[in-house]
Design a protein around this ligand. Sequence first.
Ligand code: FAD
Length: 598
Amino acid sequence: TAKPKIVLYWHRTDLRLHDSPALNAALSLNPTTFIPIWTWDPHYPPTASSTPASNYGSSVKRRRAFCLNCGTRGGVTHLVFEKDEDAYARERDGVVVRLAEEAGVEVIVKSGRTLFDVDEIVRKNGGKPTLSMAQVEKAVEKIGNGVPERPIDAPRSIPDPLTRDEMDLKGVKHDGGGMGSKSNDGTDMNADHRSTTDKQYAGIMGPENDFGVPTLEEIGIDPADVQTPHRGGETVALELLGGYIADEEYIGRFEKPNTSPAAFEPQSTTLLSPHLHFRTLSVRKFWWDVQDVMERRKKAKKSNASIPTNLPGQLLFREMYFAAHAAVGEPFCRTYGNPMVRFIDWHLQSKSPEDIAHGEEGGKLYEVDSEEAEVWFLRWKEGRTGFPWIDALMRQLKQEGWIHHLGRHSVACFLTRGGCYVSWERGAEVFEEMLIDRECFPSYKVTSIFCIAECGQRLLTQVIPITDETACNIGNWMWLSCTAFFAQFYRCYSPITFGKKWDPEGNLIRRYCPELAKFDKKYIYEPWRAPIADQRKWECRVTGDGRSSTNEDGKIYPKPMFDFNDRRTICLDAMKNAYHVGLHGNDKEVKDGSWRKA
Ligand code: FAD
C-alpha cells in the first residue's frame, strides 16, 4: 500500500482559494490527509508589537496547541506554503524549512503574492533594488515579455478536514478520513467553489470547537476601536473586483493622478489594497481581468490610459517596492545601514538607537528643539495640526484604516520634507499601526513557528525584537520624503491649496472634522482666518492645540501649529543641504567628525 501523504497547508497572508499556486500544489499531491492551518503570527495583531509571547491571549495559545497537536500525532509528510520574500518572512521561513527538513518533511514553496517572482525581478535588474518604474518594466520584460502568468482557478473541492475528535489533543488517526465525499472526482464541477470550500473550512474553524476563529475581544481588541467600513474576505474581494471589471469605462480610463483624494463613499480608486495585502485577492487575477477589459477596448478602438498611471501600472508599483525590499533585505526598513536611502538630518530622527546615534554624529544642520518636533509629530498623528486638510485625512486614517494615495502623499510630505521635518520612519510606524493595507510588520518575530517545530518534536517560541517593516509602506514613505525613488524635493504639497483643488467645498473636512462642518467654504481650509463673529456663528472657535475639543465657548478646533510658508522655506533649505552633503544610510563617520562615503 502507498504511504499516506499527510499534507500540512500553511496559510499565511494568502487567505484565498482562487489563483493559489501553493494550494494547487498541495492538492495535486493527492493527500491522504489534508490539514489547512492558519497560525496567529504575532506580527498580525496590531497590539502585538510590544506584547511578549507569554502574554498572548488564550486564542493564540489555543492555536499553538492546535498546531502542536497536528504534529505530535506525527507523520506529516509535506508542508506547502506561498513564498514570501520580505526579510522577516525569509528568516522565519528559513527556520521553518530547516526544522521541517530535519524532521524529514518535504517542503514545497510556490510564488503567488506578486505578478512575477520577485527574486527573478531582482536578478533581471542585476541584483540591485528596483528604483524606478523604468527598471521594473525592463526587468519584467525579460520575464515572460512583461506578462504575468494567467491565474489558476480555485480548487473544485478540498478534502474534508479532520473531525473534531480527530483534532482532539488525545491524538489523531492518520490512516484515512482526510479525503471525504467531496474528493477531486469532478462530480461537483459546477459547484460554487466558495460556498463548498467555505463550508469545508468551517469544519475546522467553526465557533464551537477549540480552534474557532477568535472574536475581536478574545484577541484583546475592543470592537468599538475598529469601526471600519471596509470588509475583508475573498468573497468580498471578488465581488468588488467584479464590480469594477463590469464598468469598462472606469477600468479603461483609470488614471491615478486624476482620481480624487477627497472622494469618499465611494472613494475614487479601487480600495483593493487590503485585499491584496491579505491576498484575499490574487494580484494576477486583478491584472488579467483589467488587461482583458483593456484588450477588448483596444479592439473596439476605445482609448485606454497607459502605464504607469493606469491600473496595471499601479500593480507594477507594488512589484517595484517588493523587489527593492527583496534586493536590500532587512535594512530596507530603515535609514541606518541601508545603501539605497539618503540620510537626512531630520529634526526628529527615527526611534532606532542606531539612527539616533547616526544623526547625532552627523551633526545638526538646523537646530530645532526636538521636543517641539515631537509635539508636531503627535499633533500630526492625532489629526490636530490645525490644518483641516491634514487633520481630516489623519482622522479618516485613524477611524477607517485607509486613505487615498494622494491623501497619503499630502500627510507624508507634510510630516517630512514639507512641514515638520520629522523622519519618514516615524511616519511609517504610524501608518503601520493604522493602515489596513499595511505591507509591513511590527517589531517582534517568533523564531520558530510552532506548527512546524512540532514536526521535529521541538517547540521554540523565543521572541526576538527586530525592526522589520516592508515593501509598500516603507517604499512609499521613502518616495514621499525624497530619501529614495524620488528626488524632486522642491515639489511640495500645500495643506491648503492642494486639498482645495480637489474639494473646494471641503466635504472631506466636514466629514472627518465635524466641528468645522458649518464653516463657509471660504474658510474651511484656513479656519483661523475666519472672523471671531463668524466662528461663533458657525459654532466652533479656532483656539488652543486641539488636546480638547470643547471649552466654555463650545466646540473648538486648534490653531495651526506653525506658519506653513515659513516651514516650507526651512524644509526646502534643509533638503538642499542634505542633497548637497549627499550622505546615504550606510555611509560612515570617520574620526575627525567628517563622513566617508561607503
Ligand atoms: P488603486 O489606485 O486602486 O491601485 C490598485 C492597487 O495597486 C492597490 O490596491 C495597490 O496594491 C497597488 N498600488 C497602487 N499604488 C501603489 C503604490 N504607490 N505603491 C504600491 N502599490 C500601489 N499601499 C499598500 O498596499 N500598503 C501600504 O502600506 C501603503 N503605504 C503607503 C504609504 C504612503 C506614505 C503612500 C504615499 C502610499 C502607500 N501605499 C501603500 C500605496 C498606495 O497609497 C495604496 O496602495 C493605494 O492608495 C491603495 O488604494 P487602492 O487599492 O484604491 O489603490
